[in-house]
Design a protein around this ligand. Sequence first.
Ligand code: AMP
Length: 300
Amino acid sequence: MSLLVIGTLAYDSIETPFARRENVLGGSAVYFSLSASNFGPVRLVGVVGGDFERKDLELLSTRGVDVRGVERVADGKSFRWSGRYEADWNTRTTLETQLNVFEHFDPKVPKNFRDSTFVFLANAEPKVQLRALEQCSSPGFVVADTMNLWIEIRRDELLEVLRRVDGIVLNDEEARMLTGERNLIKAAAKVRELGPRYVILKKGEHGAFLFGEDVRYALPAYPVDAVIDPTGAGDCFAGGFMGYLAAADCVEAPTLRRAMLYGTVTASFCVQGFGVEALEAKKRAQIESRFNEMLEFVTL
Ligand code: AMP
């Protein structure tokens, strides 16, 4: 089944306790697409500036991502983000966000993308997420992501997004910020009252929860021996989750649980390299092998 993503294509500058890299390929939609394309084709909508390198779009194309929905503003600059991780990996400080071409982005979903059934509104300004969703003719399963910045400065628009989606992906801090509730179980219930039938709560290295009317599921993260850079792990989780659902063309509870497992696996590959480097050459066979390992971890 068809899978559409709208979100950022970016150049990131990242500082970890061990290394620092400038202007590496990133962005919510880039991480999502590279992860989801392991399961089937992905349609991508976003915007870049004249500084966005052709080779980066080619990387996406060679991975089965249809980039015809990526607008290029020749005299503009691409979205840029910089952040720093503390030694515990769970504390991340955004040092700078430059919206650049994203600031006035009015997304145009190409005609041949509009019939997409599975839609992921990756982290982006809520009004951009809404504009993209409005252009989809028959979305069957829509999931959104967001972040603390939008919860703080675009709360009303974000609440509108929540009323229109089937699922939302949040980390623990975002869920608390959105609801004012410290307990995560209560926070998830409050988020569901705002609209989405499903809430996925990510807890970094501690794993992820799925809450819905017909399903409650929890998984630890896959234990990697060395974290190199956690940037994009959330988007890669969402990519594995949505990519698997779209390929299965099903959102029944057992499929949702398997999708959580695939999300856990794709996120684990992401953190094992800087930027997107650990995702570039991933093969489905490696994903299946880690999926089976993960199953062993969590079953008796
Ligand atoms: P994650 O680590 O899963 O939260 O995703 C990190 C990616 O999100 C980076 O590659 C950034 O370029 C991108 N990003 C950071 N801030 C924003 C924002 N405000 N809106 C959209 N994308 C963002």
